[in-house]
Design a binder for this molecule. Structure first.
Ligand code: GLY
Length: 567
C-alpha cells in the first residue's frame, strides 16, 4: 500500500514536472531574444529617443512611449499629444491592442456640420474650433506604460522634454507642410505665432510644450486631462465656440480591445479591430489574394494584370468597409462574418480576372474619401522579442491648426473622420453611412492598421503607415511583396504602390513620385476601362522584419524616416 501510494505520488510529481517544464519551454519559446532592438521611425529624433531608451534597458513599450512623445515635439504635423491612435503589441509572445482614438465631445451631435438647408458647411469639421475630438494619446501612452513599462515614466519622457527645451533642426519637408496649412488655421488659433520658427535648417525650441511634457512626466495622464492643462484647453475652446470641456477631458479613457487575429499562410496577422476598418480590410485583402493564387501565378508583380486583380479585390473590400464599419461601442460590426473564409471565397470568386466587373453590381461603395493621408507610424522591437506597432494622428497635417496658448498642444481635426451627412452624397461625390454618424462620446471610423505578423508567437514583421484609406492597401502590398513575391524588406517598401477604393468608379490611384509607370502600362489599363488619379505618394511605411533573430528596420523613401538598431 505504502509503495503504491509512493508510486502514485512519484507519478503525479513527474506529470506536474512535465507540465511545468513544458510551460517553461513554451514560455522560453515565446521569449526568444533578438540580436538587437530596433526602431523604424518617421523622423530622426523619434528614432533617437527609442534608441536611447532601449540602450538604458527599456523594453519596446518604453521605447514606443518615448518615440510617441518625441514625435509630438519634432514631427508636430502628425506626431502628437493632442490627437489619438492605435497600438498593437506583442509582449512575452502575447498579442494586445490599445485604442486611444479621439472621441466626439459630449456636446457633439449628428448634424453639427450642416447648415439650415442640411448642407455641409465648408471646413467646419476641418479648420474650426468644432473640428477636434477629445484627444487620446496621453491616456493611451499612460495605460500602455502602466501595464508593460520597465523604466520609470519620467525617464521615458525625458528625450521629448529635451527636444522641446533644447530644440531640433527643422527639415524642409516639415517647413513645407507648415506653409501648406498656414492659410487654413481658424481665427484665434495661435498657430502662426507658435510655429513661425519652422524654417528649414533652423533650430526650433518649444519651452511651452516642454513645460506641459514635464507636468505629464510628473503627474502622469492627469497632467494632461486635469488641472491647469485641461483648464487651458477648455477655456480656449469655450472662448471660440469649441465643444471640448474639462469634463470631456476628465472622462476620456483609452480602451484595451481584443486585437484582430487571422491565420494567413501559416502565420498570424495581429492587427487593428474596429473602430479601425483597417484590420478587417487587410485580412480580407490577404485572404482573397490567397484564394486567387492561381490567377496571380506567373504574372509579373505590378504589371497591368496584377494591378487589375488588386483593384478587383480592393473594391469589394471598400464596399464592405463603407457599409458595416463604425465604433463597436455604438454599433454592431459583423467582424467575424466579414473575415469568414467562406464569405471571402464567395467574394473572391466574383472577381473577373480579365475585365472590370460591374462596379454598380457590387454593394454600394459608400467609401468616404475624406480621410486625411497625414497620419504617422512607428515600429519597435526590443531584444526580448517584444514588438510595438503604433499609428497615431492629428488627421490632417497639424490637425485643426489650433494651438492651445501656453501649452504648445496642437489639437486634431479627427471629427472630420465621421460622416458629416449620413446617407447623402457629400461634396466629394461619395456617400457616408449611418454606422459612422456623429454621436456624443463616439469614436470616428479610422483606417489606421498597426500590424504585427508572427509565427509560433515569434515576431516576423512589424508594420504600419499613414495614408487614410490607402493605409491598409499599402500594408497589404508590402506584406505580399515580402511573403508572396520574395522581395527584401527594402524592395518591398520602396516598390510602387497602387490603390483602388471602389469609388470614384474604375479609378486607380498611382504615385506621381515613382515615375516608373510606362505609357504602355497605362494604356493597357485604360483600354480595360480604368482611369488614373495621381497622388504624390501612398504612405510612409515604417517596418521591421526579423530574420534569424536579427531585426532589419526599414523607413520608407517617401518620408523623412530613420531606422536604427541598438544592442
Ligand atoms: N485620420 C486617419 C485615420 O484615422 O485613418
Amino acid at each position: 500500500m505504502f509503495y503504491l501510494r509512493r508510486t502514485i505520488v512519484k507519478c503525479c510529481s513527474f506529470i506536474l514536472l512535465l507540465i511545468f517544464s513544458q510551460n517553461v519551454i513554451a514560455l522560453q519559446k515565446n521569449n526568444t531574444t533578438l540580436d538587437a532592438g530596433a526602431i523604424a521611425s518617421p523622423d530622426y529624433y523619434g528614432a533617437l529617443a527609442a534608441q536611447q531608451i532601449l540602450q538604458k534597458g527599456g523594453n519596446a513599450v518604453d521605447a514606443a512611449v518615448a518615440t510617441a512623445f518625441a514625435l509630438a515635439v519634432t514631427y508636430p504635423e502628425a506626431g502628437n499629444i493632442g490627437g489619438g491612435g492605435f497600438m498593437t503589441l506583442l509582449m512575452d509572445g502575447k498579442p494586445y491592442f490599445i485604442d486611444y482614438r479621439e472621441v466626439a465631445p459630449a456636446l457633439a451631435s449628428r448634424d453639427m456640420y450642416l447648415d439650415t438647408n442640411k448642407e455641409v458647411i465648408d471646413n467646419l469639421s476641418l479648420y474650426s474650433y468644432k473640428a477636434p475630438g477629445v484627444p487620446g494619446t496621453v491616456a493611451g501612452m499612460w495605460s500602455v506604460h502602466q501595464r508593460f513599462g520597465r523604466l520609470p515614466w519620467q525617464q521615458v519622457l525625458q528625450p521629448a522634454i529635451e527636444f522641446a527645451n533644447d530644440g531640433f533642426y527643422v527639415e524642409s519637408q516639415l517647413a513645407q507642410r507648415y506653409q501648406e496649412v498656414l492659410g487654413k488655421a481658424p481665427n484665434n488659433s495661435y498657430f502662426e505665432k507658435y510655429f513661425s520658427g519652422l524654417q528649414t535648417g533652423k533650430l526650433f525650441k518649444q519651452p511651452e510644450l516642454a513645460n506641459i511634457l514635464t507636468l505629464i512626466a510628473k503627474q502622469g495622464m492627469d497632467g494632461f486631462y486635469k488641472g491647469e492643462t485641461a483648464k487651458l484647453i477648455a477655456s480656449q475652446m469655450a472662448e471660440n465656440g469649441g465643444l471640448i470641456t474639462e469634463a470631456d477631458l476628465a472622462n476620456y479613457q483609452a480602451k484595451w480591445r481584443k486585437p484582430l487575429i487571422a491565420n494567413w499562410q501559416g502565420m498570424q496577422i495581429i492587427t487593428a479591430p474596429p473602430p479601425s476598418s483597417g484590420g478587417v480590410g487587410l485580412i480580407q485583402l490577404l485572404t482573397m489574394k490567397n484564394i486567387l493564387a492561381d490567377e496571380f501565378k506567373n504574372i509579373e508583380v505590378n504589371s497591368p494584370k496584377y494591378i487589375h486583380l488588386l483593384a478587383e479585390i480592393e473594391k469589394r473590400v471598400f464596399a464592405d468597409r463603407a457599409n458595416y464599419m463604425g465604433d463597436p461601442d455604438f454599433i454592431s460590426v459583423p467582424v467575424t462574418k466579414l473575415i469568414d473564409h467562406a464569405y471571402l471565397l464567395e467574394r473572391a470568386n466574383q472577381v473577373n480576372p480579365t475585365a472590370i466587373s460591374n462596379t454598380d453590381e457590387i454593394q454600394p461603395g459608400l467609401s468616404d474619401n475624406k480621410e486625411k493621408l497625414q497620419t504617422t507610424h512607428f515600429s519597435v522591437v526590443d531584444k526580448w522579442g517584444n514588438a510595438v506597432s503604433n499609428t497615431y494622428t492629428l488627421n490632417g497635417w497639424f490637425g485643426s491648426a489650433i494651438v492651445i496658448k501656453g501649452t504648445g498642444i496642437i489639437l486634431n481635426n479627427e471629427m472630420d473622420d465621421f460622416s458629416s451627412k449620413p446617407g447623402i452624397a457629400n461634396q466629394f461625390g461619395v456617400v457616408g453611412n449611418d454606422a459612422n454618424a456623429i454621436e456624443a462620446n463616439k469614436r470616428p471610423l479610422s483606417s489606421m492598421t498597426p500590424t504585427i505578423i508572427t509565427k509560433d508567437n515569434q515576431v516576423l514583421l512589424v508594420i504600419g503607415t499613414p495614408g487614410g484609406s490607402r493605409i491598409f492597401t499599402s500594408i497589404f502590398q508590402v506584406i505580399t511583396n515580402v511573403f508572396d513575391n520574395q522581395m527584401s524588406l527594402s524592395e518591398a517598401v520602396f516598390a510602387p504602390r497602387y490603390h483602388h477604393q471602389l469609388l470614384p468608379k474604375d479609378q486607380i490611384f498611382i504615385e506621381r513620385f515613382q515615375n516608373r509607370v510606362s505609357k504602355q502600362f497605362k494604356q493597357t489599363l485604360e483600354d480595360m476601362g480604368y482611369n488614373f488619379y495621381q497622388q504624390d505618394f501612398s504612405g510612409d511605411i515604417q517596418a521591421i522584419q526579423i530574420l534569424d533573430n536579427q531585426p532589419n528596420a526599414v523607413s520608407d523613401i517617401r518620408g523623412r524616416g530613420r531606422s536604427m538598431l541598438t544592442n
